[in-house]
Design a protein around this ligand. Structure first.
Ligand code: FAD
Length: 275
């Protein structure tokens, strides 16, 4: 072991960089200030919008009852340097640098809060009638489609499928939900619990098709494995999400089989100073 010891930085010179300006990133920044962190706090967010809460996107925002769901946080007052539209593209742990298109950002402590990104339906990418629901932009794009009362096919009977079905019915759309598994919320809840949610679909007036696997999405229809062709003015894909960790490729950070960052009970990752 080397005898060399680095001089500890003065508390106010220590730099926390948080990547991701969602609920986790914003709450971490606020909590650091509340707990008296004296150093700098920088939040990098890929999206251009002021940080917002996602749950209203599939409810009030989708139905036009609210324009947005921005967090009520005064970042300037808290001394938080919020950098929007600035996506992290890489991590160089040996140099303590986060890479972005407009240059590297140095850190002493790094917090990874990049959340999740939706799983896409293979072959449906780029089709104008196909929608995801993860971001404010997604909700703003889908809102007029529901308002125009198109026939909607929701792919996936998870939480997003259930909420889209409810909102689309409320907007006056004909709604079919197709689910490859033999029950709703198959990836989220045990069968006994999920069984209690299955009647939601009929109660809202949506048609639920279980054991129905999508093979192709066309401009105006969804085709199932058994050949059934469902007319669809709009298709909303809600087939799950996966950890948004692509930018950590090559950094050496330990990831699980599902590509999520591995952390211990104190949220420490395999890299020093990275949480
Ligand atoms: C439509 C919808 C409805 C929901 N409803 C509910 C609900 O009713 N109840 C409930 O409990 N949960 C709900 N959820 C889930 C809840 O919103 C999530 O659990 C929560 O958003 C997780 O927060 P997060 O900060 O960990 O990640 P995220 O919300 O995913 O935020 C991560 C942020 O990091 C940014 N980012 C990603 N990669 C980078 C990068 N490389 N560089 C910089 N920034 C990056 C993203 O743009 C994003 O803003 C809902 C989710 C959605 C999408």
């Amino acid at each position: 072991m080397s005898e060399h010891r680095e001089e500890p930085l003065a508390a106010r010179e220590r730099r926390v960089v948080i990547v991701g300006a969602g609920m986790a990133g914003v709450q971490t920044a606020v909590a650091l200030r509340e707990l008296g962190w004296a150093g700098t706090v920088t939040v990098l967010g890929a999206e251009p919008h002021p940080p917002y809460d996602r749950p209203p996107l599939s409810k009030a925002v989708l139905l036009g009852k609210a324009d947005g769901s921005a967090f009520e946080v005064d970042f300037a007052l808290l001394g938080i340097d919020l950098q929007l539209g600035r996506e992290a593209t890489g991590l160089r742990p040996a140099e303590h640098l986060v890479d972005t298109a407009s240059g590297p950002v140095p850190y002493d402590v790094l917090v990874i809060a990049t959340g999740a990104e939706p799983v896409r339906l293979p072959g449906s990418e780029g089709l104008p009638n196909v929608h995801l629901l993860r971001t404010l932009d997604d909700a703003v794009r889908l809102r007029p489609v529901l308002a125009a009362q198109h026939d909607v096919v929701a792919v996936g009977a998870g939480w997003i499928g259930a909420e889209v079905a409810t909102a689309a019915r409320e907007a006056g759309c004909e709604v079919t939900v197709v689910e490859a598994a033999d029950r709703v919320l198959a990836g989220a809840l045990p069968a006994e619990v999920a069984a209690r949610m299955a009647p939601w679909y009929a109660e809202s007036g949506a048609r639920l098709m279980l054991g129905a696997r999508v093979t192709t999405v066309e401009d105006d229809a969804v085709v199932l494995a058994d050949g059934t062709r469902l007319t669809a003015g709009a298709v909303v894909v809600g087939v799950g999400a996966r950890a948004a960790t692509g930018w950590l490729e090559g950094s050496g950070i330990a990831l699980g089989d599902d590509r999520a960052v591995l952390a211990d009970e104190r949220l420490r990752t395999s890299l020093p100073g990275v949480y």
